[in-house]
Design a binder for this molecule. Structure first.
Ligand code: SF4
Length: 233
């Protein structure tokens, strides 16, 4: 079996940066600091991804400029919940399947960093015909769009797509949905234990991708297991 791992599979820039910050802190923190922390309170280190911060800043600016804010994204996602804190009480969250409610004259649109651009386009098209003034900030992160494009290309080339990552990860689920639109055999797994040998019957080319929060060692584990299956054939 020929196994191809998407170049963008696994940790994105923002997640890698946050993890590096956490490891560096753990390395640099002297033991005495624990005592100090209990005495003076917590030290806060903000490892929020700069792209997420940028979206928060955009939300704040739109609010200050008097726009009614529309966030394209998933209401339950922590990033959107945090954005709501910046966007104010009358902000509305919509996904591309939702109906756009009546809006004020000035509408400002921002988007969850991991949404597909098609969702943003759909909502913008609708709002443009309703509101008098529309300001749009495309806050989608490049890493997400590149990962989606790469997954699309890989899914066209292979017999089976393996999508690796947390079942509760929105961007990994998105990769699985996109793969399933193109490739007839898609398996969405969290760990190598889920892999079954008979999935690969008759398959010659396997593609592997993973979400922004999927650790590289899990992807490497999947590759190792597929190689083991391959040599048995
Ligand atoms: S997906 Fe993009 S916005 Fe989200 S953490 Fe990664 S780099 Fe940052």
């Amino acid at each position: 079996m020929q196994i191809t791992v998407a170049k963008k599979a696994g940790f994105c820039f923002g997640v890698k940066r946050a993890i590096d910050i956490a490891f560096k802190l753990a390395r640099d923190t002297k033991k005495e600091i624990y005592e100090e922390i209990t005495k003076i309170g917590y030290k806060i280190v903000d490892a929020t991804c700069p792209f997420v911060k940028k979206a928060q800043k955009r939300a704040q600016t739109l609010k200050e400029e008097g726009y009614q804010i529309l966030i394209v994204g998933d209401k339950e996602h922590p990033e959107v919940q945090a954005l709501l804190g910046f966007a104010g009480d009358d902000a509305i969250v919509l996904c591309d399947k939702d109906t756009v409610p009546p809006l004020k004259k000035k509408v400002g649109i921002i988007v969850q960093t991991t949404q597909p651009v098609e969702a943003l386009k759909k909502i913008v098209c609708h709002v443009i015909s309703e509101a008098e003034e529309v300001k749009v900030y495309n806050t989608i992160c490049d890493s997400t769009s590149q990962r989606l494009e790469e997954t699309k290309d890989l899914a066209k080339e292979v017999d089976i797509m393996m999508v690796v990552g947390g079942k509760n990860s929105a961007n990994t689920a998105q990769l699985a949905r996109l793969s399933a639109e193109i490739c007839p055999r898609v398996y969405f797994i969290e760990t190598t234990d889920e892999i079954k040998e008979d999935w690969f019957n008759g398959a010659k080319k396997i593609g592997i991708t993973g979400g922004a929060s999927t650790p590289r060692w899990i992807i490497d584990g999947v590759v190792k297991k597929l190689k083991e299956i391959s040599v048995k054939r």
